[in-house]
Write a protein that binds this ligand. Structure first.
Ligand code: MRU
Length: 338
């Protein structure tokens, strides 16, 4: 599924707008850096690796934009800073911006036009590389799944959250490609409903059996023996193996431990942040209250009542059976070095 598409002719970035799936397949066009920043903040595109890839194309649009300015270098610096802070938790955003900055430093670039050319090439490579990484991760992770497994996942860590193929869903796809029969339980994932809307959408498209469960059904489903493994993605993995992922993941991990069910995290090495010592040091994004107080524009909470809208939580390393990456499978005790 190509949901991040660069239009060579128009020099635009096109994003399949995830706010409207599965009801409408609408494309959001990014012609300028500010469009990319808007798309990231409003979750037109979301999911840590997809955020990183999109940001890389954002760097290209930025270089295009400043190309007629005398002070183009300071324009680039200001733009990169703005881009890096579009969303705080997924480290892939800052990682991708730093990657692009390094490519700039490594080359003898004398104009913004030249930089734009270099960055477009890099962004396209990052997109393809991300798919390749996910396939490798899938190969490693598939070994952990058994024929007949029912796998619970939380949020969307699939094609739509990456350049393609997915991290957690990539592992499931690889296990199925290896001939195993796998079924998926997608937790709905309030309030943005990434599980119900996006995971179910892409698995259905691929013909992979999926059932959506309300977030609060996880304990019962595990108790009934209907869940054999849990696999989720990650937005940031601290040096000690603590994992930031979509709000609700921590609860699912605790339940998995209570029911003796393996709990796996699948993420690329770029999601591991050795500069962040523990989960306590990971910034947790708080999103607008309206995402909780309203559904499809209709209020579901009495006016004036305050809500919590933390977008992520931290799963302590001790609850994680293994972390699956493109470089192999890591197990506790985790200690990720630079
Ligand atoms: O707020 P989102 O939808 O960007 O959160 C996404 C997640 O929490 C995913 O599980 C994570 O980014 C991994 S995606 C491969």
């Amino acid at each position: 599924m190509n949901h991040i598409v660069f239009d060579e002719e128009k020099k635009h970035l096109k994003l399949l707008d995830q706010r409207y799936l599965p009801l409408k397949e609408e494309w959001f066009v990014c012609a300028r850096l500010d469009d990319v920043i808007y798309a990231l903040r409003e979750m037109v595109v979301r999911g840590a690796p997809a955020i990183g890839v999109t940001a890389a194309f954002g760097c290209y649009l930025l270089a295009q934009e400043v190309s007629d300015k005398a002070q183009w270098m300071s324009g680039i610096e200001a733009g990169l800073k703005k881009l890096s802070s579009a969303r705080p938790t997924a480290v892939n955003l800052a990682w991708a911006v730093e990657w692009m900055r390094k490519k700039w430093e490594d080359q003898n670039v004398s104009s913004a036009q030249e930089l734009a050319k270099l960055w477009l090439d890099e962004a396209q490579k990052l997109l393809l590389k991300d798919i390749e990484i996910n396939k490798k991760m899938g190969q490693f992770g598939a070994e952990l799944l058994e024929d007949g497994d029912v796998v619970m996942t939380h949020c969307n860590a699939g094609s739509l959250a990456t350049g393609g193929y997915g991290t957690a869903l990539g592992v499931i796809r690889a296990a199925i490609e290896a001939g195993k029969k796998i079924e998926v339980i997608a937790n709905e994932t309030r309030p943005f409903l990434q599980g119900a809307r996006l995971t179910a959408y892409e698995l259905k498209q691929d013909g992979i059996p999926v059932k959506v469960a309300c977030d609060n059904a996880a304990a019962l489903l595990m108790r009934k023996g209907l869940v054999h493994r849990v696999i989720v993605g990650a937005d940031r993995i601290a040096r000690n193996g603590d994992v930031a992922n979509k709000i609700g993941t921590y609860g699912v991990a605790l339940l998995a431990r209570a029911h003796n069910i393996p709990f796996y995290v699948a993420a690329p090495m770029s999601t591991i942040d050795p500069d962040t010592p523990t989960g306590e040091d990971i910034p947790i994004e708080e999103r607008p209250a309206g995402e909780v107080t309203h559904i499809n524009g209709q209020p579901v909470v009495p006016p004036g009542v305050e809500v919590f809208n933390y977008a992520f939580d931290i799963t302590p390393a001790g609850l994680i059976s293994a972390i699956i990456t493109e470089e192999g499978i890591f197990r506790s005790p985790y200690c990720f070095k630079k």
